[in-house]
Design a protein around this ligand. Sequence first.
Ligand SMILES: *[C@@H]1O[C@H](CO)[C@@H](O)[C@H](O)[C@H]1NC(C)=O
Ligand SMILES: *[C@@H]1O[C@H](CO)[C@@H](O)[C@H](O)[C@H]1NC(C)=O
Ligand SMILES: *[C@@H]1O[C@H](CO)[C@@H](O)[C@H](O)[C@H]1NC(C)=O
Ligand SMILES: *[C@@H]1O[C@H](CO)[C@@H](O)[C@H](O)[C@H]1NC(C)=O
Ligand SMILES: *[C@@H]1O[C@H](CO)[C@@H](O)[C@H](O)[C@H]1NC(C)=O
Ligand SMILES: *[C@@H]1O[C@H](CO)[C@@H](O)[C@H](O)[C@H]1NC(C)=O
Length: 650
Amino acid sequence: MLSYYYLIPFVVSVAVNAITVAVSGSGGKAVHPLQYGLMFEDINHSGDGGMQNRAFQGTSSIFPWTAVGGASLTLGTTSPAISSALSKSVAINGAANATVGLSNPGWWGIEVKLQAYTGSFYVMGDYSGSFTAQLKSSSGAVLASASISSNSKTRTWTKHTFTLTPSTKALDVKNTFVLTFTPINSSQTLNFNLISLFPPTYNNRPNGMRIELMEALKAMNPSFLRLPGGNNVEGNKSPNHWKWSQTIGDLTQRPGRSGTWGYYNTDGLGLVEYMHWCQDLNMEPVLAFPAGLYLDGTIVSQSALQALVNDAMNELEFLMGDSSTIYGKLRVDLGYDDPFPIKYVEIGNEDNLNKGQSSYNSYRYSMFYNAIIAKYPNMEIIASTRALSPQPGKTIQDDHEYNTPDAFAAEFNTFDSVSTSHKILVGEYAAVQANLKTGANTDWGKPFQSYPWWIGAVSEAIFELGGEKNADKVIGFCYAPLLQNINSHQWHPDLISFSADTSQTALSTSYQQIKLFSINRMTTVLPLTNSASYGPAYWVAGVNNNSNTYIFKSAVYNTSSSIPFQLTFPGQTSGATAQLTIMTAPNAYSSVTPGGSNPVTTNTQTITTTSSGFNFSLPQWSIAVLTMKGSGSGGVTGDGSLVSPTTLRT
Ligand SMILES: *[C@@H]1O[C@H](CO)[C@@H](O)[C@H](O)[C@H]1NC(C)=O
Ligand SMILES: *[C@@H]1O[C@H](CO)[C@@H](O)[C@H](O)[C@H]1NC(C)=O
Ligand SMILES: *[C@@H]1O[C@H](CO)[C@@H](O)[C@H](O)[C@H]1NC(C)=O
Ligand SMILES: *[C@@H]1O[C@H](CO)[C@@H](O)[C@H](O)[C@H]1NC(C)=O
Ligand SMILES: *[C@@H]1O[C@H](CO)[C@@H](O)[C@H](O)[C@H]1NC(C)=O
Ligand SMILES: *[C@@H]1O[C@H](CO)[C@@H](O)[C@H](O)[C@H]1NC(C)=O
């Protein structure tokens, strides 16, 4: 009797407190293959060949170039110019037999490592001799040097290429690139333009991306890239929208563009580079078109909008047409025989803002929609706002949300009540500001977080689980913005912060959270029988039929005690094991800062089922994924037809 007496309260307390979750074996909703992706727009990125102001686009300044050896540097025009796109160049003049030239500090530094740097520059002027390209430390030590012989002529722009291979790693990034020559006499002037220097790029792509950033993105298992914005596609005022045709071809053919945030875009990262980025990371492009709304509220009239519609159609032909078409031939002529298939396009960005809604409703959206559907009947077309009315055909709605953690945590059920008639892409979201008062949304007049923090990541996880639960309505999520140069940025917080110093790259708490959910993809989200309601713990479960794995995902928000669960999957046999991965951080406000260590702890353990299912506890401020391999006969079936890349890691 004594043992009975002691045993009962113990068993009862578990039965009362544990949340039991029974996962159904049928009746689920198919998960859309996009699900987790990336959203990118140029926010003072630094990918442009390592050199800041390399081609003097949109500027009347040679900054940050400085003269070497008493040279005089003059920014001006030449006849001929290197191209009609790049009208300005720098003229360099110096004393006879002196070593003269120019120097560049990169984008707030140049990282010099033991790897090959690929450089090029153009020269016009009579010169038979050699140029010297160097990487130098802040103390003047030469870290790498190359001699480039030249037979440059007057009135002709000649391209020179070189490779710099440092024999010493620099101590810091306060290094400079220096390009010099020796004038024969003091009246000799040489003109320089498009002076570029690249470290190795991901997959060795020309004009490519930084390797460590691409590796970090690949590790997130993204399925789509929303490009090229955002506000970036719209432009701040007429006619500064993004123009695809000016971002293709040789770099000499790209004029660049006055960007949305007060600085000039080089467009070195152009349409084809975006496509290569998608190919390299196995992402579906979600291609946005400028749709006749500028951020200053200027709206393109119905008659003038046809030109933008035509431009979008030409862009699609450039990407997908064969060489019998005008723009398909242009692509092939540029060396890209294979088309770049596009399945998703978005018409504009946030067209409900800046007084754009009524023209978007009345003609802007439909002119694009009708033209695209007529030629590409299977295209998935995304409206840039959920407020579009009417919504033709299969229109997908883009939902953007920048909010507080409490507001996101309260949104677990936000998609439950929306109609299934139009699917939703959460094309931008981020927890951006501390909870100012209970339940309050973002106060746009108050400061935002400098970097993402753990409470935000947990709240975003809850928001995403609400989307996963509604897989028949929500097709994908992409945090925004993606990348931030910590030396100069227009917005914060961002998913990843970086500088010239790759050791400073900061993968945020939100990055860690998305990665955990994105590498553990379900193909079908399954119905649940729960013994308790949601909050402060939230969860979804389902199955990945390709990997024959059941998956449970959860996030636990603010609570004083751990939450015990008893979880059963269909066909769960006695002795079944599961991998339980729990992410935590020291506290709700933990954040990664550049150069700092990752505060997120990820623990994976194998647990064995008890008579009442998988029995585990999840602490407050945690995100977890539990996976169980199907038994084969245990009910996991499927045709393996999922089209997205699914890298399941348990
Ligand atoms: C420059 O160097 C060349 C070759 O050494 C020499 O012939 C010439 O006199 C020098 N010119 C001046 C101005 O010092
Ligand atoms: C200076 O050198 C340039 C380039 O070689 C040449 O064209 C020019 O005639 C020279 N001028 C004088 C004064 O020697
Ligand atoms: C972008 O970078 C340039 C330097 O090239 C700087 O002058 C400008 O202020 C930056 N813009 C923003 C919005 O940070
Ligand atoms: C968690 O909830 C408690 C009780 O409502 C509140 O005092 C505390 O501020 C919350 N913590 C955070 C990080 O929001
Ligand atoms: C379930 O786990 C709790 C701890 O969270 C433990 O106290 C309890 O005995 C377990 N129940 C079973 C049936 O194993
Ligand atoms: C995956 O398996 C589940 C459970 O057996 C089933 O309900 C669902 O229809 C399957 N989904 C796909 C996409 O095959």
